[in-house]
Design a protein around this ligand. Structure first.
Ligand code: FMN
Length: 373
């Protein structure tokens, strides 16, 4: 029987176990550049089978929150190289989550104070976090976006290509395309954010076109065996809505099946919330989703996330449903989560107050188990 502690291959990436660290934005990288504190944080968690970094904007336009580390400057690439070297020295594997937030941004974060871009000029609603010119932080309403011209989309694809290349230059084992949680790719996919009348809007085929073009661009650049994708079929995160998620995502994974991806990472339910949350007229069937992907020839690892604990993760892997399980909050609080699972040890509790922003407190100071001499 396969267990969560068994090794597994995600395409070209070999993992020592099936316990994955989910992407977690921590807002501790001023000037969009990873620093030594970030190196320590990832290094501490290197016994995960795979680390997926926090969302990493591919350009300044792609960015929607203060102090997140990017991939679009030489300094950021060098900063990440220190992270990947440290993780590799510890025998770990690490991919970066390449990210474009689309409409979930604020003019003060955008190049020349411009409007954030989106499929359609429909505000996300909700707040983002910025740093004021005097250095103080503030939660502010996301700004009204402008709709991308059809002719601009090739430029965004080029940004993804460059981001994927920068990830490899920075020593990552691969990338996870962030197509979840109401950001740009999901804004194209889901009807509530997409009212386009060109080939990127209307039918499901058209709404999925951007996602598939991103996948094709990135896989062509770095090889499909190093590319995964994160999906959240029913999440309401960042104001996103869809009445037919099953149809949209069945179509998408059917198309992904022939693209040789390394892994498919599915957030089940509302991200960070109710696992049963669904939009549309019926409960979402994640098993159907996986079966369609496999029938279409998809061989990528099936990674599941959202509210898993050790028992439910074991059940997901041992039953053959999932190839691996990603943990978010548990990895924030437990740098040695794998060892704790192995020992059935008690877990540290995550401190919500220090999730976003700040320094070492609530970031690199969660204790590991005492090592027995
Ligand atoms: C502090 C924090 C930051 C997050 N940042 C990201 C992110 O950058 N990208 C992403 O796809 N999901 C992000 N998420 C969602 C997590 O990856 C994960 O889906 C969620 O926490 C549910 O998993 P869990 O129950 O194991 O924590 C974040 C969640 C938290 C709590």
């Amino acid at each position: 029987m396969t267990t969560i502690f068994d090794p597994v291959k995600f395409g070209d990436i070999e993992l020592a176990n099936r316990i994955v660290m989910a992407p977690l934005t921590r807002n501790r990288s001023p000037k969009a550049t990873p620093n030594d504190l970030n190196v320590t944080y990832y290094e501490q968690r290197a016994t995960a089978g795979l680390l997926i970094t926090e969302g990493t904007p591919i350009t300044q336009q792609a960015q929607g929150y203060a102090d997140v580390p990017g991939l679009y400057s030489p300094e950021a690439v060098s900063g990440w190289k220190k992270v990947t070297d440290a993780v590799h020295r510890k025998g770990g594997k690490i991919v970066t989550q390449i990210w474009h937030v689309g409409r979930v941004s604020h003019v003060s974060l955008q190049p020349n104070g411009g409007a954030p871009v989106a499929p359609s000029a429909i505000p996300a609603g909700g707040k983002t976090y910025i740093i004021n010119p005097d250095g103080s932080g503030a939660f502010v309403e996301t700004s009204a976006p402008r709709a991308l011209e059809t002719a601009e989309i090739a430029g965004i694809l080029e940004d993804y290509r460059k981001g994927a290349r920068a990830a490899i230059d920075a020593g990552f084992d691969g990338v996870e395309i962030h197509a979840a949680n109401g950001y740009l790719i999901e804004q194209f996919l889901k009807e509530g954010a997409n009212q386009r009348t060109d080939q990127y809007g209307g039918s499901i085929e058209n709404r999925a076109r951007f996602a598939l073009e991103v996948v094709d661009t990135v896989t062509k650049e770095i090889g499909a065996g190093r590319v995964g994708i994160r999906l959240s079929p029913t999440t309401p995160a960042n104001g996103i809505t869809e009445t037919k998620p099953q149809e949209v995502y069945n179509y998408l994974v059917n198309e992904l099946g022939s693209r040789g991806l390394s892994f498919i990472h599915v957030v089940e339910g509302a991200t960070g919330g109710d696992r049963d949350f669904t939009q549309g007229d019926k409960p979402f069937d994640y098993h159907e989703l996986k079966n369609i992907y496999r029938k279409a020839g998809g061989t990528g690892a099936w990674v599941v996330n959202n509210g898993y604990i050790k028992d439910s993760a074991e059940q997901a892997v041992e039953s053959g449903y999932a190839d691996a399980v990603a943990f978010g909050k548990l990895f924030i609080a437990n740098p040695d989560l794998v060892e704790r699972f192995k020992d059935n040890a008690a877990l540290n509790e995550p401190d919500k107050a220090t999730f976003y922003g700040g320094g070492a407190k609530g970031y690199t100071d969660y204790p590991a188990l005492e090592t027995v001499a």
